[in-house]
Design a protein around this ligand. Structure first.
Ligand SMILES: Nc1ncnc2c1ncn2[C@@H]1O[C@H](COP(=O)(O)OP(=O)(O)OP(=O)(O)O)[C@@H](O)[C@H]1O
Ligand SMILES: CC(=O)N[C@H]1[C@@H]2OC[C@@H](O2)[C@@H](O)[C@@H]1O[C@H](C)C(=O)O
Length: 438
């Protein structure tokens, strides 16, 4: 536009005017530095978000209370272009003190509020210390880590279908304060992922669908990602890439009732290793039917649950109802194993109905239970193959920790993902709250 000015005097006037305005703006900025500067923490986040790849440590502490899964991930890109390299992974086992303390409040409708309040920072600090120890062991400089992604410890999960308070909707509570992790490690921590899902109308779980869709979907194969932790869940990923058919749901018990039974009757044992006890028993079909009749299995997908429902009290009620209280421990464990196998198989078969050559990729501690895996194969003749997520480059025990690293990466550098469908699909939300180290 300057070129269009043929009056040279006017051109000089404009130049002087522009110069003065610029100077005035600069002076104003000096007087109010907050107008141009940003907090160093925000600047660091901004710089991290701009990088082509980030180092993020994913932390998952599941309902089995076995340990803290720590996955150091190099994540390149974001959204559908996410690439992940798991550089290190370890499960830092919890000692008896942790388990005893958490069990005072875990999945309990009544507990000591003082203990719960104290546990929140205590768990966060402990998780932070565990991360510090991992970084020392791996010889990694904490300053090189962009963020920690912390799931926390689920204490109570309460979707609307599982409570009778008509004036409330869904709720879920994870403890292990991210501020404690950030202060203990000096690393910015993204945590408390589930609350946004609830705020946006979801049940707060499963969140697996986000990571599964971004990282495990393939145009070459119809896939079901199956995780068998305390609770089992699945994500359906059609090869069409049609995001509107992608969905995720909890299925029911994976290991949770079996673990609770073993821990109650076999002191010092955490689970039925190699399903040795269950293999020595016989399935009681009457008890199996009573357990399978649970209202949760009749709910439409997607749905979520937890040990608040699938616990020893449920088993005892079913045994009383069917007069099977005198069964041997082996028979009860064989029956509980069959409950997990048949309900998981039913969900897989429903999901794969009408889908050609569906392949299941399994993860979670349940893959180490040979009886459960054997039964799944028998009950799912139409599934093309059962593999585990190792075949997709992610160690099956690390998968959930990696998932939360992906969610933190999306929080920092992601794009909007949205694909709603009848089964919930993928809500268009950014999850996680950011805690700075100071
Ligand atoms: N060798 C084994 N034999 C039998 N079962 C095993 C074996 N190893 C692990 N498990 C089972 O896997 C469980 C741990 O699984 P995982 O760590 O995936 O659960 P989680 O992440 O705590 O649960 P969730 O995903 O529901 O929060 C153990 O408690 C046990 O029941
Ligand atoms: C409330 C809660 O912690 N739920 C867990 C639990 O463990 C498995 C299943 O129940 C799943 O819904 C969820 O975790 C995974 C990581 C998820 O949200 O996808």
């Amino acid at each position: 536009s300057f070129k269009r000015l043929n009056n040279e005097k006017q051109f000089i006037k404009i130049k002087v005017y522009t110069g003065i305005t610029l100077l005035k703006t600069l002076l104003k900025c000096k007087k109010h530095p907050d107008r141009v500067s940003m907090h160093p923490h925000i600047e660091a986040l901004y710089n991290s978000a701009k990088k082509p790849s980030r180092l993020i440590i994913g932390l998952m502490s599941g309902t089995s209370l076995d340990g803290l899964d720590v996955a150091l991930c190099k994540i390149t890109g974001a959204g559908l272009h996410t690439q992940i390299e798991v550089l290190n992974f370890i499960t830092v086992e919890y000692n008896d003190e942790y388990k005893t303390k958490i069990k005072q409040v875990f999945a309990k409708r009544e507990c000591d509020l003082e203990v719960l309040t104290l546990l929140h920072p205590w768990v966060g600090k402990l998780h932070g210390a565990m991360v510090n120890q991992c970084l020392i062991t791996w010889g990694i400089d904490p300053a090189s880590i962009d963020a920690i992604a912390s799931h926390g410890q689920t204490i109570y999960h309460c979707p609307q279908s599982q409570h009778n308070h008509h004036d409330f909707k869904h709720g879920t509570l994870q403890i292990g304060d991210s501020d404690q992790i950030a202060v203990t490690t000096g690393i910015t921590t993204v945590g408390d992922f589930r609350q946004k899902h609830i705020a946006a109308g979801g049940e707060g779980a499963p969140l697996a669908v986000y990571g599964d869709y971004l990282f495990f979907a393939s145009p070459d194969e119809n896939r079901i990602l199956l995780n068998m932790g305390g609770i089992a869940n699945l994500t359906f990923l059609p090869k069409s890439g049609d995001a509107s058919s992608v969905f995720s749901s909890d299925i029911g018990p994976g290991n949770t009732i079996m673990d609770a039974y073993v821990q109650y009757y076999f002191k010092g044992m955490h689970y039925d290793e190699g399903a040795k006890l269950a293999k020595a028993g016989k399935v009681n079909v009457i008890l199996l039917k009573a357990l399978s009749d649970n209202a949760f299995f009749k709910l439409p997908l997607p749905k979520t649950t937890g040990p608040e429902v699938f616990n020893l009290a449920l088993l005892r009620a079913a045994q009383a109802q069917t007069a099977t209280q005198d069964l041997s421990h082996e028979d009860v464990l064989a029956t509980l194993n069959a409950l997990s196998a048949t309900t998981i198989a039913r969900a897989l078969n429903d999901c794969a109905k009408g889908v050609q050559n569906c392949v299941v990729y399994a993860s979670g501690g349940g893959i180490h239970n040979p009886l459960l895996m054997e039964q799944l194969l028998i009950h799912c003749p139409n599934i093309k193959a059962f593999k585990n997520t190792d075949d997709l480059g992610v160690h099956p025990d690390a998968k959930e920790a990696v998932l939360f690293a992906i969610l933190a990466n999306e929080c920092l550098a992601g794009q909007r993902q949205s694909a709603k469908n009848k089964r919930g699909g993928i809500l268009d939300i950014t999850m996680g709250k950011v805690s700075f180290a100071d």
